[in-house]
Ligand binder design. Structure first.
Ligand code: NAD
Length: 353
């Protein structure tokens, strides 16, 4: 049987390795730019200082105010600084919040971006920008939102505290898992996804015991990049829909919610995707993919129940209503009872059978 698929490549330059930060100034010159606005988050002043020192006179302004979910008020403040400084490119160092601000500036002005990611969110390789205004989140997508260059330096992610690293890595794992059963799945993305699953699995299994090991951090960062490419290339399913509802309508934290929900969505979808789950199990070297992911999270001391996040059991019905009212495409049909069952398992933190 011949499979049919479409694949569209995305244009950016990726540098990956240890100590790659040292190539930053050459990358600014490569873009024929010479006036940098440096972006970071308020709780990452050390990283900002390190990059500012390296840039030297290339850095003409610095904005430390990147915030979760890219509020437009913050973007306007940074835009003011961009215009006042006459910067001709942006360098962003930090997690998805800092990347989001950089993408927002590019969406408004078309300015060139170089991104130095320090978490595993993967936003730096997607053309999607999520913004909030007056408490409401909107998203837009355009190739012009993509950065010109992404520099992954394993050393920059080394200081990411283990509890954040665990949930950020499972957030990345979810992109790869859902890519494998996406309606747009194709051989290129399948390859990225399985490589991501294997690397993130390997990194997660060693993270708690060897948090500063560069091999562990390299497996996680490389897996996160590949998983981000999956997110950028194919549509996501039930897992992402559930996390968007739990985060958007009920205020649960992004990566932590992904961590609690993923094994239960995998268990829900397993009967409709036995081949995919077998490939994930093989990549993780476990007999069952869903319980294998649950065990990885537990072993890394990650969160495993909605109950421990303070989520009310009585609200599960409202989540099931919202998810079934406007579902994302998913390999297994969604029923209210089915989703409610999945959510109850996640609320109690039951290990998938
Ligand atoms: P984040 O950037 O807020 O980082 C999480 C925490 O880690 C922050 O407190 C941050 O200061 C800290 N941190 C980051 N790097 C560190 C380091 N090296 N050392 C110590 N602490 C460090 O959040 P995130 O989880 O990276 O990203 C989440 C955001 O990204 C959300 O707004 C989400 O919607 C967005 N996102 C967007 C896309 C997309 O494609 N548009 C994809 C994934 C995530």
């Amino acid at each position: 049987m011949t499979t049919e698929f479409e694949y569209v490549g995305l244009p950016y330059r990726i540098l990956f390795g240890q100590g790659t930060l040292a190539k930053l100034n050459a990358e600014v010159s490569r873009l024929s730019r010479s006036r940098v606005l440096l972006l970071t988050a308020g709780d990452l002043p050390g990283l900002g200082d390190q990059v500012e020192r390296l840039l030297g006179p290339l850095c003409v302004a610095r904005f430390d105010g990147a915030t979760l979910h890219t509020p437009v008020t913050v973007t306007e403040e940074a835009l003011g600084q961009l215009r006042a400084s006459g910067a001709d490119c942006v360098v962003a160092v930090g997690g998805g919040s800092t990347t989001g601000l950089s993408k927002a500036l590019a969406a408004c002005t078309g300015i060139d971006q170089i991104i130095l990611p320090t978490t595993y969110a993967g936003s730096e390789v997607t053309p999607v920008l999520g913004e909030t205004a007056g408490g409401r989140k909107t998203t837009r997508s355009s190739p012009s939102i993509l950065p010109e260059t992404v520099i992954y330096d394993v050393e920059l992610s080394r200081g990411l505290p283990v509890p954040i690293a665990v949930t950020s890595a499972v957030n990345a794992l979810a992109h790869a898992v859902e890519a494998l059963y996406s309606a747009q799945a194709n051989p290129i993305v399948d390859g990225w996804a399985l490589d991501a699953v294997s690397g993130i699995g390997k990194g997660l299994s060693r993270l708690a015991g060897e948090p500063a090991d560069l091999g562990v951090r390299s497996d996680l960062l490389r897996g996160a990049w590949l998983a981000g490419m999956c997110l950028a290339s194919v549509g996501m399913g039930l897992h992402h829909k559930l996390c968007h509802v739990l985060g958007g309508s009920f205020g649960l934290p992004h990566a932590i919610t992904h961590t609690v929900i993923l094994p239960h969505v995998m268990s829900y979808n397993a009967s409709a995707t036995p081949d995919v789950m077998a490939r994930i199990g093989a990549a993780l070297n476990v007999p069952d993919a869903a319980s294998g992911v649950f065990d990885l999270i537990k072993q890394a001391d990650g969160p495993t129940s909605l109950r421990e996040l303070g989520f009310g059991f009585d609200d599960l019905g409202k989540v099931a209503d919202e998810v079934t009212a406007s579902p994302y495409p998913n390999p297994k049909p969604l029923t209210r009872d089915g989703i409610l069952g999945l959510l109850s398992q996640a609320w109690y933190g039951v290990r998938p059978a």
